[in-house]
Design a protein around this ligand. Structure first.
Ligand code: SAM
Ligand code: SF4
Ligand code: SF4
Length: 383
């Protein structure tokens, strides 16, 4: 067991933080640090999902990462400094350990989890689960979520999706999920949907029930730079909308499995390049979230095209959070001026959750202003 953790923030503290975040959104100046920070701790991967932005065998040759890039990992010392800086800034509730590759390739992950837990910070790990030492991970004393990428629930479909280089990949996944179930731990399942696995939608719900998934998150694969090759055909898209999706929703209700299929349905329009109707929903991530790569590049969100700057000894994450350059990015989004890649926003569902929350609590014109739709001066005049 790790040494005992700091207590988690009480509900009152969380509510006060939420109020401060909303106040910051309305003023268009953050009043706390980010709620969630995503750390990329490894670039390399042990598998080769066909949809993957960095490891797919379908990537165009000019965008395939180099071996040197794939070897890079975030050292524990860098992680520790970033965590301390964030704790000093205030407002941090949760970290995400993930990667442009597989976070469990970084052997320091267990120490990172323990360090966050000792500071009373919750941890979410996004992983394909194959390499995790499950008992060691579960020994850390604090809030833990596992977002386990599954993406296929039969051996054939899993293998096709993962283009896995070794035998027994799917069996290993089943063993790992079995270990979690035996330990009474309920992971969230992530099912990235593409043309190879879309026919398994209903079975994915049943698989989630069998392995006691806490929830199943469905994501329509956002595809580019060669990976469009594994996208849904027009016929698959129609069938998904009209047949697979309603059946999967009915099956989830029958089995009592929590899913985000209702939000997933909003991703399935006719245009494959547009998986997120972000202008209707708004983007609030500039006040809630940021991402740090293994090279200490600070990103505005999950979109690797929206870079804020490099974290250095002279300019910490805390400095950047309050920097005019960061603010200019917030201003752009608030003005309804989105960035390349926002039409496939990877934070669409988190944005949708905040959008629904804000829409319910704010006057119409204040909400419209957050989406860059209010007439200039309208909000100020009505206050
Ligand atoms: C790039 S992976 C990195 C972490 C880890 N290797 C994993 O797969 O969970 C981060 C997340 O992106 C998902 N993902 C992969 N390809 C995707 C795509 N084209 N569109 C949306 N999500 C995708 C993965 O399933 C995973 O949940
Ligand atoms: S496991 Fe994650 S990082 Fe690895 S290939 Fe799949 S999506 Fe990419
Ligand atoms: S991709 Fe665009 S819309 Fe999505 S979180 Fe990032 S900035 Fe916001």
């Amino acid at each position: 067991m790790s040494e005992s953790s700091a207590p988690r923030a009480s509900n009152d503290v969380r509510k006060a933080l939420r109020r401060a975040r909303i106040a910051g959104l309305l003023r268009n100046r953050p009043e706390t640090g980010p709620q969630t920070v995503h750390f990329d701790i490894a670039n390399g991967c042990n598998t080769r999902c066909t949809t993957c932005w960095h490891h797919s065998p379908h990537l165009r040759s000019d965008v395939v990462p180099t071996t040197e890039w794939k070897r890079r990992q975030m050292p524990f010392a860098s992680f520790r400094e970033l965590l301390d800086d964030l704790l000093a800034l205030g407002g941090l509730e949760q970290i995400i350990l993930s990667g442009m590759g597989e976070p469990f390739l970084n052997g320091e992950i267990y120490r990172m989890v323990e360090a966050a837990h000792r500071a009373g910070i919750g941890v979410t790990i996004i992983t394909n689960l194959l390499l995790a030492d499950v008992p060691r991970l579960l020994a850390s004393d604090g809030e833990l979520e596992l977002l386990t990428s599954i993406c296929g629930v039969s051996a054939e479909v899993w293998q096709a999706f993962h283009a896995h280089p070794r035998p027994r990949g799917f069996e290993t996944l089943l063993e790992q999920l079995g270990r979690l179930r035996e330990a009474g731990f309920r992971p969230k399942h992530v099912q990235v949907i593409n043309g190879q696995n879309v026919e398994e939608l209903v079975q994915m719900v049943e698989f989630g029930a069998a392995f006691h998934a806490k929830r199943i998150n469905f994501k329509l694969a956002s595809l580019s730079r060669g990976t469009e090759a594994v996208g849904l055909s027009a016929a698959q898209r129609r069938r998904l909308r009209d047949d697979d999706l309603p059946r999967a929703m009915a099956r989830a209700a029958e089995l009592g499995v929590e899913t985000d299929l209702a939000a997933f349905a909003r991703q399935i329009g006719d245009d494959p390049a547009r998986t997120a109707p972000i202008e209707e929903v708004g983007c609030f991530m500039g006040f809630l979230y940021c991402r740090v790569t293994v090279d200490l590049e600070l990103l505005y969100c999950c979109n690797t095209q929206v870079q804020v700057g490099t974290i250095t000894p002279a300019k910490s994450l805390r400095d950047w959070w309050l920097d005019p350059r960061y603010q200019a990015l917030r201003d752009s989004v608030r003005g309804g001026r989105y960035f390349p890649g926002c039409q496939q926003c990877g934070k669409f569902k988190q944005n949708l959750k905040w959008s629904n929350r804000l829409r319910q609590t704010l006057p119409d014109e204040a909400f419209a202003a957050l989406l860059g739709r209010a007439k200039v001066g309208e909000v100020e005049q009505r206050r």
